[in-house]
Design a protein around this ligand. Sequence first.
Ligand code: FPP
Length: 225
Amino acid sequence: MNIPKHIAIIMDGNGRWAKLKNLPRKEGHKEGANSVEAVVQTALKEGISVLSLYAFSTENWARPKTEVTYLMQLLANTLSKFTEEKYKDVKLVFSGRRKGLPNKILTKLDKVIEATNGKKKLTLNLCLNYGAKQEITDAVNKILAQGKTKITESDIEKNLYQNLPAPDLIIRTSGEERLSNFLLWQAAYSEFYFTKTLWPDFKGGDLLKAISAFSRRDRRFGTRK
Ligand code: FPP
């Protein structure tokens, strides 16, 4: 079976999941964090090389302060788990702007990145305070700072937050069908998989379904074949 090397996920629908159950929004995020754990374990088992998760966008700061604070706490708790035994083959990397993130998160992030640096099997690319337009702008500014006056595609690629293979498959949950400023550069030839399942309900079996749908796609990368 042709499986994707890199899967990227827009985890959407936590709030709606909670609303359907008459629960506070934070309960949706909490169950969403359980889905993160389930999906990482399944990705490991399936031999996926890179998993990018859109955990917090540059636009998410506009949410009520209590929700932002809760999400940051949840992230900090989840980050701590990545040094546990069951994540021993997971290497954590970060995509996003450091500026704006609380020091507590940055310190924890750096610690886990350092602690998991030698791990090989799965690279978990946590997109936090991430926006794709900002990523491309930051890349161009980095290149200009190197004194270049002419920019190639490869210059941009090398100066993105992470130098990873492009995502083969981008999944978005909750029935929304848009990219919302996620991996705009990297998505040039990605396959898309949209599901109505809300993120807190999305577990290992749902990832397997998405992988199986991907394996039936005919990818031509603009050629005729
Ligand atoms: C979208 O649901 C989800 C988010 C904005 C945050 C994603 C966070 C998690 C999945 C939990 C923690 C993540 C990690 C990596 C531990 P929404 O709130 O936009 O839902 P709605 O559109 O139904 O309101």
